[in-house]
Design a protein around this ligand. Structure first.
Ligand SMILES: *[C@@H]1O[C@H](CO)[C@@H](O)[C@H](O)[C@H]1NC(C)=O
Ligand SMILES: *[C@@H]1O[C@H](CO)[C@@H](O)[C@H](O)[C@H]1NC(C)=O
Ligand SMILES: *[C@@H]1O[C@H](CO)[C@@H](O)[C@H](O)[C@H]1NC(C)=O
Ligand SMILES: *[C@@H]1O[C@H](CO)[C@@H](O)[C@H](O)[C@H]1NC(C)=O
Length: 481
């Protein structure tokens, strides 16, 4: 009997692993101090990620992905959609420069082009409604012309707000009424070209924007149904949301269109619901859910997904909320934030980035002798926070328990680190000083920044400067001869 159960367990393990299409990660680069692309690619591979989704086609990133084996989704930013929509030539140039050449010259395994990023988001007020579909058509045309259309698929990552349910349950799903015809045209085009529908699903945002949202329903670990749809019980919002999309597709005749979950994840800071516990609970729950290979009630089978996000980005816009800079499974320096078993490593734990170089162990803080009534403090703090990152301050955040002096020090230090610990970046009137005593407390980390590495462009700039110095030296030398 013991033997039988071992065999059974081994078999079920194979079934589990065998049905997985592999997990992907979103790699955004809106950081003041991005890790070197080679370090990130190594980290992706060490952690068993099989796919990576980008938001553009930054040359150093693309080169680092060459021969990595990772499947790549390259992105066309929203601000390029108008150009792509109006000019076939521009689309062809983009595909030639940012797809064809990386495939043939660098061995980058490009499989998808993301045309825009959530272009129909309601907050964009319809700015990209007229350009997205023509841009998709032109990019697809360019892929065909380049002979790549069977290898590389063009898709549009859309927010889940492009569909809704009038009845509140998945079977009521259909595309948003204001963009219904447009969505149908896009869906038909994707289907005709064998391309997937890409959707970003965020239970965190539901919880953030609706305080009466049932918290447990955002996660994957409850057995009680929050929604019952006909005979189907839904215990987590992700399944219900996916099925709302599948119903919308089905209703319009595209029931079998493949779906990619372009972004899914949970932030760790910047809001009372954004913390390590919830992020761990959500991401581990999601991984365990997709590792079963069962799919959702409406569509059995593996789920193709990209976690959002790989690394925190300290320069993302915080218009949607302070949590925006904290979506990473890894911190800015490639250290792991919490225990997460992706089902891909022997240890069952995240593997941090290797060969990361830090600045010195020093911090900028408020001078002990400075008075909280000092009239310069308010301006100094606003200046520091406007130019650096204070999103870990505030109610329910990792540094929410700091006292007033701690708050000010945190702001000063954030600025000091972001500006590479230059002495001049710890000169807030006469209020600040540099210390070697780590001011971190409890959950609140006063960071040490990593070394700033020159991007490809920077190196070229250095070389050209070097070239001019050499030329001047030679000229001077010739003059003296
Ligand atoms: C290729 O992508 C980069 C990065 O997104 C962009 O700056 C550049 O304009 C693109 N090249 C062409 C020819 O469109
Ligand atoms: C959308 O419209 C609102 C209200 O008119 C405005 O506040 C916001 O800045 C607009 N957003 C964009 C992206 O145009
Ligand atoms: C900073 O300078 C102001 C104005 O000169 C003074 O009132 C204050 O006491 C000084 N604070 C410290 C900490 O030296
Ligand atoms: C610290 O800063 C945050 C964010 O600016 C603020 O909400 C909080 O009230 C401050 N705490 C203290 C004790 O000053």
């Amino acid at each position: 009997m013991g033997c039988f159960s071992v065999v059974l367990r081994t078999l079920s393990w194979f079934c589990l692993v065998g049905s997985v299409v592999g997990i992907g990660a979103n790699w955004g680069t809106q950081l003041s101090h991005p890790l070197e692309p080679n370090i990130v690619v190594r980290m992706l591979r060490d952690n068993g990620f099989q796919k990576v989704k980008l938001f553009d086609a930054d040359p150093p990133t693309m080169k680092a992905l060459g021969k990595s084996g990772l499947e790549v989704m390259v992105g066309i930013p929203n601000d390029m959609l108008a150009t792509m929509a109006t000019s076939v030539k521009a689309a062809e140039k983009w595909v030639s420069k940012n797809v064809s050449s990386y495939i043939s010259n660098n061995g980058v395994n490009i499989r998808y082009v993301a045309v825009g990023n959530e272009p129909f988001l309601e907050t964009y007020n319809g700015s990209f409604l007229r350009t997205t579909f023509p841009a998709l058509q032109n990019v697809q045309g360019a892929l065909i012309k380049a002979g790549l259309s069977s290898l590389v698929k063009a898709t549009v990552p859309l927010n889940a707000d492009v569909y809704q349910s009038s009845s509140g349950v998945p079977s009521g799903g259909d595309f948003r009424t204001d963009i219904h015809d447009l969505m149908l045209a896009i869906v038909k085009f994707l289907s005709d070209n064998g391309a997937p529908f890409t959707v970003n699903i965020y239970p965190f945002i539901s919880l953030y924007s609706d305080s009466s949202f049932p918290v447990d329903y955002a996660f994957f670990d409850t057995n009680s149904a929050t929604i019952t749809d006909g005979g189907t019980a839904y215990t987590n919002m992700f399944d219900a949301n996916m099925d709302t999309l599948i119903w919308a597709l089905k209703k319009n005749g595209f029931e079998n269109l493949p779906i990619i979950v372009g972004e899914i994840g949970w932030p760790t800071d910047g809001d009372r619901n954004a913390n390590l516990n919830y992020a761990q609970r959500f991401n581990q729950g999601f991984m365990t859910h997709i590792l079963t290979g069962r799919g959702t009630p409406m569509r059995a089978g593996p789920i193709d997904a990209y976690l959002f996000s790989l690394i925190d980005e300290d320069e993302k816009s915080i218009a949607p909320g302070n949590f925006e800079r904290h979506w990473g499974v890894f911190n800015y320096d490639g250290s792991a934030k919490y225990q997460l078993n992706l089902g891909t490593t022997n240890s069952g734990a995240l593997i941090p980035a290797k060969n990361v170089r830090y600045l010195s162990q020093k911090w900028c803080v408020l001078k002990p002798q400075a008075s909280l009534d000092d009239p310069g403090i308010a301006d100094a703090v606003s200046y520091a926070c406007a130019n650096a990152d204070c999103t870990s301050l505030g109610y329910g955040t990792s540094c929410g328990d700091l006292d007033a002096r701690g708050n000010i020090s945190y702001a000063f230090n954030s600025y000091f680190q972001k500006f590479n610990q230059f002495d001049s970046s710890c000169k807030f009137l006469n209020l600040s000083m540099i210390t070697k005593a780590n001011p971190s407390t409890g959950t609140c980390r006063f960071e040490i920044m990593i070394e700033f590495t020159l991007s490809d462009g920077g190196q070229r700039f250095m070389y050209s400067k070097l070239g001019i110095y050499c030329l001047v030296t030679v000229l001077l030398w010739l003059t003296f001869l």
